[in-house]
Write a protein that binds this ligand. Structure first.
Ligand SMILES: Cc1cc2nc3c(=O)[nH]c(=O)nc-3n(C[C@H](O)[C@H](O)[C@H](O)COP(=O)(O)OP(=O)(O)OC[C@H]3O[C@@H](n4cnc5c(N)ncnc54)[C@H](O)[C@@H]3O)c2cc1C
Length: 416
């Protein structure tokens, strides 16, 4: 591709880009999704392992599944929706975490979130960590769980933003994979892969999208890039859009990484059960035993711990998990687990993190990032969502909303 044109270019082919493309196609508006990776889906990525199991290295849970637009799409595709309640809705395994202690932790966590709700009514925003009870023994665990919810510890989380997150409490999964569902949903959409966008020149009426494969001209563009990429790529827009750089900087992607392990003699563990590596530190991992009943462990790492392990190298995740698991289950357990696959999302040049959180004082950056520029540049992606940020359905909803804005702008332009 050396030169090309489209009515609307969609920059990025993740949840938001695919949703925008589908809506524009429905409205008979010509669009082209320009995607940097050799695949669609972005932070949704299903890989089939050697046993034929679909592993979601990115999003796996249909959060708010009763109102999640990806669910009917998966159903239309004939996929199997697993409605087993998630492990976090039940007690964890008691190994290293007796049930009475779990009860005390749950009470401390509920009290923390009740304080958060009250503080959301304050005039000024603050770091969520300021709401931890002084000297509570559960603060580290509440922080560890924050790294799975927000990708970061509470000192980097805005109270206002966290309180705005809306979740119906219904969490289901697609057996064949969330990422696979997204790729199939993009079938027949015009896409160019392996084509990073370097610059979006909006000097003249026609936009010039500069890519590694040449220039594409377009009347409008929907930018769905992860916030960290927008923040780091200061020369992305010409002329520069400092407002967007500032908004994206307030919404960094936190870090959550997964590692899948194979597990011998898996039946010893209850399907869909959960184990905390440690309960006295934020730098720990959470172990989901036998997801979908499979002989596997899905391990979650988050926040600063995940960052440190990414820096140490690929083997560091397995070594960390093996050391926590043998600490709880005995040295012989090491022989029963082997690494299958993981992904270091922070090092991935096309995401540079896992999902967005607003830094303290920056909750309104989501609206700032989402705002259109000159009826020609539109913005989508989970970081633009006020209530469903950090999720794949948040990505979808913002993609549809940006496409609706394009449709409305084109109507306005054609009537003048
Ligand atoms: C480990 C992990 C677990 C998660 N778990 C869940 C979960 O259970 N449930 C849930 O709902 N969400 C979860 N998420 C979050 C969810 O995956 C994301 O919120 C969602 O997929 C983001 O979609 P998006 O379209 O906004 O962004 P992306 O998926 O990041 O899409 C942006 C696209 O832009 C592309 N791109 C980047 N740079 C360029 C460039 N220069 N030019 C062109 N294209 C470019 C990227 O390759 C990407 O395809 C998880 C994420 C991770 C990493």
């Amino acid at each position: 591709m050396t030169n090309n044109n489209a009515e609307v270019v969609i920059v990025g082919g993740g949840a938001a880009g695919v949703a925008a493309g589908r809506r524009l196609r429905e409205a008979a508006i010509g669009c082209l999704i320009v995607e940097a990776r050799p695949r669609l889906g972005g932070r949704a990525w299903t890989v089939t392992d050697h046993s034929g199991f679909a592993l979601d290295l990115g999003c796996g849970w249909l959060h708010s599944a009763d109102r999640n637009p990806w669910r009917p799409i998966a159903e239309e595709q004939g996929r199997v929706i697993d409605r087993t309640p998630p492990p976090w809705a039940r007690a964890a395994l008691a190994i290293g975490f007796p049930l009475l202690e779990q009860k005390a932790y749950r009470a401390a966590s509920q009290a923390f979130y009740a304080r958060l709700e009250r503080a959301a009514g304050n005039a000024h925003d603050s770091p969520a960590s300021t709401l931890l009870a002084p000297d509570s023994r559960w603060n580290n665990l509440i922080n560890a769980v924050s790294t799975y919810i927000s990708g970061t510890e509470l000192d980097r989380v805005s109270v206002f933003d966290l309180d705005r997150y809306d979740d119906s409490g219904v969490n289901w999964r697609v057996v064949e994979g969330y990422g696979a569902t997204m790729v199939a949903a993009a079938a027949d959409l015009p896409v160019v892969l392996d084509c990073p966008v370097r610059r979006i020149d909006h000097t003249n009426k026609l936009l010039k999208i500069q890519t590694t494969k040449g220039v594409i001209t377009a009347e409008q563009a929907i930018v769905t890039l992860p916030s960290t990429i927008i923040a780091e790529q200061e020369r992305l827009f010409a002329p520069a859009l400092p407002d967007k750089t500032e908004a994206a900087t307030g919404l960094p992607l936190g870090l959550a990484d997964k590692l899948f392990l194979s597990l011998d003699d898996a039946e010893e563990f209850e399907a869909e059960s959960r184990l905390f590596g440690h309960t006295d530190r934020a730098g720990t991992a959470i172990y989901h035993f036998r997801p979908f009943g499979r002989p596997q462990v899905e391990v979650y790492f988050g926040g600063r711990q995940a960052s440190a392990l990414e820096a140490e190298g690929e083997g560091a995740f397995f070594d960390f998990a093996a050391s926590e698991l043998t600490g709880l289950l005995g040295n012989a357990f090491a022989r029963r687990i082997k690494p299958i696959l993981g992904q270091r999302w922070g090092l991935d040049p096309f995401s540079r993190g896992s999902y967005s959180c607003a830094l303290p004082g920056k909750a309104d950056c989501r609206a700032q990032l989402a705002a259109a520029v000159d009826d020609r540049l539109f913005f989508a992606g989970e970081a633009c969502s006020r209530h469903d940020f950090s999720t794949a359905h948040g990505g979808w909803l913002t993609g549809v909303s940006a496409a609706e804005q394009v449709i409305a702008a084109r109507r306005r332009q054609s009537s003048t």
